[in-house]
Design a protein around this ligand. Structure first.
Ligand SMILES: [Mn+2]
Length: 323
């Protein structure tokens, strides 16, 4: 961890009344990191709270100690964002804080450095891994609770240590966390294995809606509100659909396109390898993320969105994969 990042983190640790912001539709990495950081401040007798736009998925509520909604609870003296690459990712509920973020702790190469102090380690698997390195470098004690939250963060963003962002260092960090006392298999099971029956039912039917292009190199799954309602499925039920279709053999790029309540189309993109950069496709529509996992919002009808996304992907697909 470089010295200027450590100095920035040490400064953060001097504050009381800390507001920790995570990105909209919070995932396991931002929540795990944020709740680990909250605990760090609480262990020092300080006040800290985590705030987010949107509700917490059922399978992540073990991280938030059961909380479904995360609202700011006091007037903060310092604001830190975790795992948030751009101000826009804070979402509407936190927009009022977007221009006054003091610290950003992140691992997105695409971080726009909107905070006063930006601690951004693009090579790290997760914000959890960045936070771990900061805590160790600054001699902050990692107790069982912090270890469990950081483990959840890292396990989430590495897909349980299966994705190529998992490095030797990631495993070294995880090994050290596992020296503390917490139920690691339970953390993984809650995040990845347990699904409601409504989700399994929806997945079965959704497979019929797959759009396959370029001899199977491009797989898109449109999910309309009408479809969701006909299946009695929730937004949460579709959040993992993209990891389901990324398993399809021969697919280079996969995406789910979900119609939002506002009538826009929310896109989650995945690449099968480090060669095809889906963040470049997301950027076409004002989104961003990582080489292998990115997202964006397309303000258009579903059919137009499918077509525009397909063209943006095919533009970047190696000619030998184009059909
Ligand atoms: Mn992350």
């Amino acid at each position: 961890m470089n010295e200027s990042y450590c100095a920035a983190f040490r400064e953060l640790l001097t504050y009381d009344d800390v507001l920790i912001l995570v990105h909209r539709s919070p995932d396991g990495d931002c929540l795990g990191s944020a709740f680990a950081l909250k605990r760090v401040f609480e262990n020092m007798g300080r006040r800290a709270c985590v705030a987010a736009t949107g509700t917490v998925d059922r399978n992540l509520r073990h991280i938030t100690d059961g909380a479904e909604e995360l609202k700011p609870r006091f007037l903060p003296s310092v604001i830190v964002s975790v795992d948030v690459a751009t101000k826009q990712m804070l979402g509407p509920d936190l927009a009022a804080y977007a221009d006054s973020v003091d610290f950003s702790i992140d691992h997105h190469y695409t971080n726009t450095e909107y905070a006063r102090e930006n601690i951004v380690v693009g090579a790290a698997s997760s914000a959890g891994e960045v936070l771990y390195d900061l805590l160790v470098a600054c001699n902050v004690e990692i107790d069982d609770v912090i270890a469990e939250k950081l483990y959840a963060a890292i396990a989430f963003d590495t897909g349980c240590f299966r994705y190529s962002n998992t490095t030797a260092h990631t495993h070294a960090v995880t090994a050290d966390l596992l020296r503390r006392s917490f139920d690691a298999p339970a953390v993984v099971r809650k995040m990845f294995d347990i699904v409601p029956l409504s989700q399994l039912r929806m997945e079965r039917v959704a497979m019929d809606a797959l759009r396959i292009y370029d001899n199977g190199a491009v797989v898109l799954l449109p999910i309309t509100r009408a479809f969701l309602e006909s299946q009695g499925a929730t937004d949460e039920d579709v959040s993992n659909m993209v990891s389901l279709i990324r398993r399809i053999e021969g697919a280079a790029v996969c995406a789910t396109l979900k119609e939002t309540k506002e009538g826009d189309v929310k896109v989650s993109l995945r690449s099968a390898d480090d060669v095809f950069d889906v963040s470049a496709v997301a950027a076409v529509f004002g989104g961003g993320g990582h080489v292998k996992a990115s997202g964006c919002l397309i303000k258009d009808t579903m059919e137009n969105a499918v077509e525009r996304l397909r063209l943006a992907i095919e533009d970047r697909l190696p000619s030998e994969r184009r059909g």
